[in-house]
Write a protein that binds this ligand. Structure first.
Ligand code: ADP
Ligand code: MG
Length: 676
């Protein structure tokens, strides 16, 4: 099977070239080049056929065919056919020869697109009976000048000559567990199913195989990363850490306890942590980060907390100061706007080990920043900690544990696909006493009423955000919008203190406004999306998002997450007049759920994985037969199976698993290249 396609009868240099252009080089490639749909030649009843559906109808020829030519070669042939008691007009394009073949009174199959309104079947193909392979004929994706009939012929030939060589990869226990078809049969039925049920069976088998191989690969990488990288075994005084936990102003939720245990176990282990901590906005990730950092500090190491924006970095520095106020932990902050002298001092302290925990943006680990002994890096709301950053640290002789925190709600399916080589911890529970945010969708011209509502809330001592239209083409326009809206709101609500924040402000100015908002001096903050990630002002109860339909669901959810962080009831008001169905649906979804994971799953279904927020960067692999959205149950099952297999001795030794091992080997998985 691993022989070039020209080994097949009737395939010459020309055909070989055509196939190469489609990425088909070997007989095996040809056999596993699957159809993307089938021409369905199973006969349907007229009354159940939808408008515009491609179907096959059976009918008796009721009129002489009429043929008309357009220009030299184009022609149109029509014939009336009696189908289930109705007269249907069948229309054929460019098949003039049918004039002599179709006879009055004959019963034939007509395949084409059905027009319910005009009782027509368009672009028809005629058949005397179902084809020999069955009622469904494969339609393959084509490239270049390859013809469907040729490809069908080549694949049929390949199957005839080499089909018996298709070997089973899956071990008996797994085949039995899921009642999967044997590989050879599944391959055959994917090309030539006799009915849709058979197709589903065949596809189910191939999808599982593909996902299992994929997950085995990920699990193998994960195991190898763990075992080939010597991390730092951290030892700390348990009671010191417990003191810190007792000192917290709240009880950790059960989910927080669980993920904390997972993280601390990693820190203690000789392996290097490579873990993703996901939890919806407001689920309390920061405090988990603080505990982990403290454990590292108690063990005698430094920790770094990296975030995407300066505002967030400062806020984290402050949160840490608060949390550690009665503990002797030195917290430093590196910011792009720090004065040169200040910066030099901080860097010197960091290098001397006088700073225990440092916060800052991603620049933290680059640009000549040296640590005394960095033991833990946590990145918050950040893309995954990439190979490049890891290398920077390794070159500095450091092998810290790495924890990556995200509130970008990634549906579980995507997480286990994109981050399959990482360990994943999930906080799936909100702190007690949180009231779900009430979300409303209103027309933009209701702004006056919304402002009246804001006035009421501020009278109760609460605060509000108003997020401005997002205009992607120009952030200058964003700024202008924010300025205008700010002026408008200040005029309508003259007794309130309205703050303004946008990306064009100087870092100092931003800080000042943020401070004023956090302290309650500013009642309403009009802002562009700079407040999107992480900002924590628990007293704010209203989030108004202007032109909300211009945002994606993930971003709307992030913005909404800025309120509802205290014990008061919070509200999110989406002002939007969406024109598209998808836009309306997005607004609807926002009002229906507060759960980031559910929301992201629906977002994914709405948009497909290619468009999904952040997925492009995450490098999701392309699947041949599987669809990670539709097949997510199988993906989960395959993952569990893969985890067990990779950890078992049998997988590595037993003959039963030789097929799987060989398949992985063929993909180059077991190459010995080092990956840390
Ligand atoms: P996120 O996961 O979005 O980063 P934060 O860590 O900012 O969430 O936490 C949101 C708010 O919830 C903070 O004010 C934090 O102090 C508070 N919080 C965290 N954990 C708990 C808890 N177990 N019980 C009550 N409040 C909590
Ligand atoms: Mg956070």
């Amino acid at each position: 099977m691993n022989v070039p396609v020209h080994a097949l009868k009737g395939i010459g240099a020309r055909a070989e070239e055509q196939m190469a252009a489609m990425g088909i080089y070997t007989i095996k490639d040809l056999l596993f080049y699957f159809p993307f749909r089938y021409e369905d030649f199973s006969v349907r009843r007229l009354e159940e056929v939808q408008h515009d559906e491609r179907v096959t109808l059976q009918g008796k020829v009721h009129s002489q065919p009429e043929l008309r030519f357009f220009g030299k070669k184009k022609s149109r042939l029509t014939v009336r056919v009696l189908v289930d008691g109705f007269l249907v007009q069948a229309v054929f394009f460019n098949q003039p020869f049918l004039k002599r073949q179709i006879e009055l009174g004959q019963t034939l199959l007509f395949h084409g697109k059905f027009d319910r309104n005009r009782l027509m079947i368009n672009g028809a193909i005629v058949k005397t009976s179902a084809s020999e392979e069955g009622a469904l004929e494969p339609v393959y994706p084509l490239k270049g000048d390859v013809k469907l009939v040729s490809l069908r012929k080549w694949i049929a030939q390949a199957y005839e000559d080499y089909g018996q060589e298709i070997e089973e990869l899956l071990p008996e226990p797994l085949l039995g567990k899921y009642k999967l078809l044997p590989r050879q049969q599944a391959c055959y039925y994917l090309h030539y199913p006799q009915n849709m049920d058979m197709f589903h069976q065949a596809k189910r088998r191939m999808v599982y195989e593909e996902l299992l191989l994929f997950q085995l690969k990920m699990q193998y990488f994960r195991k190898r990363t763990r075992e080939s990288t010597d991390g730092i075994t951290k030892v700390w005084a348990e009671d010191e850490l417990n003191k810190f936990l007792k000192d917290l102003p709240f009880e950790l939720t059960e989910a927080q306890h669980r993920v904390l245990k997972e993280i601390l176990t990693d820190l203690e282990s000789p392996y290097r942590m490579n873990r993703l901590l996901q939890g919806d906005v407001g689920s309390g990730k920061t405090v988990i980060a603080a505990v982990a950092l403290y454990a590292a500090v108690l063990a005698g190491y430094q920790g770094a907390l990296m975030v995407p924006t300066e505002i967030l970095a400062e806020q984290h520095a402050e949160s840490l100061h608060d949390l550690f106020s009665s503990f002797s932990v030195e917290i430093g902050h590196l910011s792009g706007s720090s004065k040169a002298k200040e910066r030099r001092e901080t860097l010197a302290k960091l290098e001397a080990g006088e700073i225990d925990i440092i916060t800052g943006t991603h620049a933290l680990i680059q640009e000549g920043v040296d640590f005394y002994n960095l033991g833990l890096v946590i990145t918050d709301e950040q893309h995954r900690f990439g190979v490049a950053q890891r290398r920077v640290l390794r070159d500095k002789g450091m092998k810290p544990d790495v924890l990556f925190m995200t509130a970008t709600p990634i549906p579980r399916t995507l997480a286990i696909t994109a981050y399959g080589d990482m360990d994943v911890s999930t906080i799936d529970e909100m702190p007690k006493g949180r009231k779900p945010i009430e979300t409303y969708w209103a027309k933009q011209d209701t702004l006056p009423r919304v402002l009246a509502f804001i006035e009421k809330q501020t009278a109760k001592g609460n605060q509000a955000y108003v997020i401005c239209p997002l205009i992607e083409e120009s952030d200058m326009l964003d700024v202008q919008n924010a300025i205008d809206l700010h002026a408008h709101i200040q005029a309508v609500l003259p007794n309130l203190n309205i703050g303004l924040m946008h990306g064009r402000l100087h870092a100092d100015e931003k800080d000042e406004i943020m401070q004023q908002f956090a302290s309650g001096e500013v009642d309403v903050l009009v802002s562009t999306t700079v407040v999107e990630v992480g900002v924590n002002v628990p007293n704010a109860t209203v989030m108004v998002i202007y032109d909300a339909n211009r945002f994606g669901l993930a971003q709307l959810h992030q913005l909404r997450g800025r309120v509802g962080r205290g014990s008061d009831q919070a509200y999110c008001i989406l002002l939007a007049d969406p024109k598209t169905d998808a836009g309306k649906e997005r607004m609807g979804i926002m009002t229906e759920t507060n759960d980031g994971f559910e929301l992201s799953q629906r977002d994914l279904e709405l948009r497909g994985p290619g468009d999904f927020f952040g997925v492009k960067q995450s490098g999701l692999p392309l699947m041949k037969v599987a669809d990670i959205i539709e097949d997510y149950r199988t993906l989960e099952a395959a993952r569990q199976d893969a985890v067990k297999l990779i950890a078992s001795n049998a997988f590595w030794e037993s003959e039963v698993y030789a097929g799987l091992r060989r398949a992985l080997e063929e993909e180059g998985v077991f190459s010995t290249e080092k990956i840390d």
